[in-house]
Design a protein around this ligand. Structure first.
Ligand code: FAD
Length: 409
């Protein structure tokens, strides 16, 4: 059996940020990775995907963006390059092509079984990713035979799909980006819209994320949020990172001819049934956007920040006359894309820290099992915990906690 102080599971940016913090604190550790560094960016992203966060937001411990386009958006291969370079510069002790098959407690810490060997460690950091498995709703069982179905993790480009209409289910970042791309490929696209977070790409002359960063919204802490369960389940922002800095909200999509319908509520006898609540959902998303812009304006006034364009307000989202049903047997829809979110794969975790839904119970990334930590979960310690930009602060806090744990164990 091999021994180390800490095993970090996963060499995405979270695992590597933690590795860097552990190295800074001289904690002996290994980072166990089932593929290569940045595996999910190599294998689970579509061809045209760019980060929706600007390049200056790729801040990691002891690393910041060095290119010539801080306001641009990295492509997926560029993200791979960035993460791989970070791992190399950090001399991260990555064990690549090694899959963790079980983590369980023993008297003195944890036994980490991999497909290569067994590690004993006093602590374990679960950095296996929040977005490993795409969610597919149970109602998918009712999709008639002959319709191609796929998830954003499987989607690469429009050429992969049969000709004909596409139903994209889910209007968050992945759904709106892929719906827009498929529409540009000449396919008729229907987008089923549930709860969503409307965002303009730019506001008052700056990237919306610049404002969220400057006003401190992205750093809001988990222990200052009244309804943590709700915010942890919020969908991703309707944003795309494109050189043209386009906004990809429902008005933009409807404007080019994407057909909007409500949330997909069921499929009965081959007929897709959509919720009639789309007008309410749209009103709510517009209201939340309004509140966001109001708080940015209030910050500008309060700080006296003057390097800024005047306030803007965006057109309310036009409420479509949305169909409530769609006959999936008619041949009009040849493909369904489930853009309905992701969840982690923790099937190998044999420590009793999971809730009824299979999610790790934690307090800001600290689990109830001493020495077991999490990284990269939605709003784990801060609003930006799932973003590349959030890993540095989270890893700093959790590595500090881990050091205290080691001192007392
Ligand atoms: C489509 C999409 C777009 C995104 N866009 C942005 C963006 O614009 N900006 C941004 O900041 N964030 C973005 N994110 C969110 C986030 O930054 C990424 O999901 C990121 O990959 C998460 O980093 P991570 O290190 O937590 O997990 P991952 O990058 O998924 O890394 C986890 C690693 O763990 C490994 N692993 C998993 N299980 C095991 C095991 N059992 N044994 C060994 N290794 C294992 C995996 O192979 C993987 O390499 C996006 C996410 C998605 C899905």
């Amino acid at each position: 059996m091999l021994k180390t102080t800490t095993v970090v599971v996963g060499a995405g940016h979270c695992g590597l940020a933690m590795s860097r913090r552990l190295a800074d604190r001289s904690i002996d550790h290994v980072v166990v990775e089932r593929g290569e560094v940045a595996h999910s960016w190599r294998t689970q992203r579509w061809d045209s995907l760019r980060l929706l966060t600007p390049n200056w937001m790729t801040r990691l411990p002891s690393y910041s963006y060095r290119g010539s386009d801080p306001d641009g958006y990295l492509t997926a291969p560029e993200v791979v390059e960035l993460i791989a370079r970070y791992a190399k510069e950090s001399a991260a002790p990555v064990r690549a092509n090694t899959t963790v098959t079980s983590v369980r407690r023993d008297d003195d810490g944890y036994l980490v079984q991999t497909d290569q060997d067994v590690w004993h460690a006093k602590s374990v950091v679960l950095a296996q990713g929040a977005n490993t498995v795409a969610n597919v709703p149970e109602l998918a069982a009712g999709v008639p035979a002959g319709i191609t179905t796929l998830t954003p993790a499987e989607y690469r480009n429009a050429d992969q799909l049969p000709d004909g209409g596409v139903l994209v289910v889910g209007a968050s970042a992945s759904g709106v980006q892929i719906a827009s791309e498929l529409h540009r490929s000449g396919r008729p696209v229907t987008l089923a819209v549930g709860e969503h977070v409307r965002m303009p790409r730019t506001y008052r002359g700056r990237d919306i994320l610049w404002w969220m960063d400057a006003t401190g919204m992205l750093d809001e802490r988990y222990d200052q949020i009244p309804d943590l369960v709700r915010v942890r389940n919020l969908p991703s922002m309707q944003l795309v990172g494109s050189p043209e800095r386009t906004t990809v909200d429902l008005n933009a999509l409807a404007g080019v001819g994407v057909r909007l319908v409500g949330r997909l509520a069921g499929i009965r006898d081959g007929i897709a049934q959509f919720s009639g609540s789309l007008p309410n959902i749209i009103t709510l998303a517009d209201l939340k956007l309004q509140r966001l812009l109001d708080s940015i304006d209030a910050w500008v006034t309060a700080t006296g920040f003057d390097d800024v364009c005047p306030p803007q307000r965006f057109q309310p989202t036009a409420v479509p006359d949305a169909a409530l049903t769609l006959d999936l047997r008619s041949g009009a829809i040849r493909t369904i894309l489930w853009a309905t979110g992701f969840h982690p794969d923790l099937s190998w975790l044999d420590v009793p820290v999971l809730d009824r839904k299979g999610r790790v119970r934690h307090d800001g990334g600290v689990t109830a099992s001493p020495g077991l930590y999490l990284m990269g979960m939605p709003f784990m310690r801060r609003r930006n915990s799932t973003l590349i930009d959030g890993a540095a602060a989270d890893a700093a806090d959790l590595s500090e906690h881990l050091v205290r744990h080691l001192a007392h164990s």
